[in-house]
Design a protein around this ligand. Structure first.
Ligand code: FAD
Length: 329
């Protein structure tokens, strides 16, 4: 029988690997985790759930401060937000949680960790920084990245994604958000409450288009009452850089071309799977922008290689990944 260095190899050190690796290690499987970034935690800890919910909490508190009379408290006008203080708090929350997501803690669960950029050499082995490491089975848990469509002018126009949002120094005075999915909508609320003039552009006639229409309508109305502008049935034609401002040219519901200006553009137009750097095509494992092509048991055409549920093609297609659903509801 073939011998492998590990029973199970997991590629990607985000939220999903914790479940897979701790389960496998506790069942006695010799388990290796491979992460390409310098720290574990993935999008959820560094660029997703944790910073976004921390920002929303800060925005909520500021909103309450401005609405004292609704709660029988005196009216006050708080000073403007120093975004450096806000991002410092976000960093401190991340670093508190990072301690619980350390390599040492993970190794205590019984798994080993390697950092680097793995490339498959065959269905059982990867090349990692000059070494070949083999495992009986591999789980791909590499998550997803913001999808950046080929909009005219994009290459010459600065824009933000969820990877930049939580680290800049100054609160933008205005922000044009492309897309109206969950990330777009929650960031629209957070920035609007902190004092940014927010405009959300959505191609279809509904925000949160994968959710029920009546629920999405209630959310839209609530945000609009707080000051968010929604442009539905509106397509982005091109973007441009005007120096201190950006412009977004759109075609609106009436077919008119309108030019919007804002200090920042946030691109929140969906996600695509991080599957392209792993050498999977070279060993014949099929994937597309939504993820690996898998069967009903999340196995690829090469049975030793499977995908964790949260970022399988099917899950990226669905409104929210199973992991997201569990945390959101
Ligand atoms: C702004 C925002 C807010 C969100 N809010 C919530 C929320 O409130 N609740 C919720 O449940 N979900 C939320 N999510 C979604 C949540 O972040 C994801 O569902 C979750 O991170 C998916 O976990 P994952 O492990 O599949 O992928 P990730 O967390 O993305 O982890 C993938 C890991 O793989 C690594 N990797 C990538 N490529 C390679 C490679 N080639 N080699 C080695 N390693 C690699 C990455 O560096 C990363 O560490 C939010 C997402 C965003 C963007």
């Amino acid at each position: 029988m073939a011998r492998y260095d590990y029973d199970l190899g997991i590629i990607g050190g985000g939220a999903a690997r914790l479940t897979v690796a701790s389960g496998a290690a506790q069942l006695g499987a010799k388990t290796l985790l491979v992460e390409k970034e310098a720290a574990l935690g993935g999008d959820c800890l560094h660029y997703g759930c944790v910073p976004s919910k921390t920002l929303l909490k800060t925005a909520h508190v500021y909103h309450l401060m401005k609405n004292g009379p609704k709660f029988g408290l005196p009216a006050i006008t708080p000073p403007g937000v120093d975004f450096r203080e806000v991002t410092a708090r976000i960093r401190s929350v991340i670093s508190t949680i990072q301690e619980h997501d350390s390599v040492a803690r993970f190794c205590k669960l019984g798994a080993e960790v390697e950092f680097g950029n793995p490339v498959f050499t065959d269905e059982h082995a990867i090349h990692l920084d000059g070494k070949i490491i083999s495992a009986r089975a591999w789980v791909i848990a590499t998550g997803s990245s913001p999808e950046i469509p080929a909009i005219e002018g994009r290459a010459a126009t600065p824009y933000l994604t969820n990877r930049d949002l939580f680290s800049f120094d100054t609160l933008p005075s205005s922000m044009i958000i492309l897309g109206a999915g969950p990330i777009a909508v929650e960031m629209a609320l957070a920035f609007c409450r902190l004092g940014t003039k927010v405009t959300v552009i959505q191609r279809s006639n509904q925000i949160l288009s994968k959710e029920d229409r009546d629920m999405a309508g209630i959310v839209q109305q609530a945000l609009a009452e707080e000051g968010v502008t929604f442009l539905l049935n509106t397509a982005v034609v091109r973007v441009g850089d005007l120096g201190s401002e950006r412009e977004v040219v759109v075609k609106n519901a009436a077919g008119e071309t309108v030019t919007l200006r804002g200090e920042a553009i946030l691109v929140a137009l969906g996600r695509s799977a991080n599957a392209g750097d792993l050498g999977l095509a070279e060993i014949g494992v099929p994937f597309d922008r939504k993820g690996l092509i898998v069967d009903s048991r999340l196995r690829t055409s090469h049975r030793p290689i499977s995908m964790e549920p949260a970022t399988s093609s099917a899950a990226i297609n669905s409104p929210m990944s199973p992991g997201m659903k569990a945390m959101w509801y």
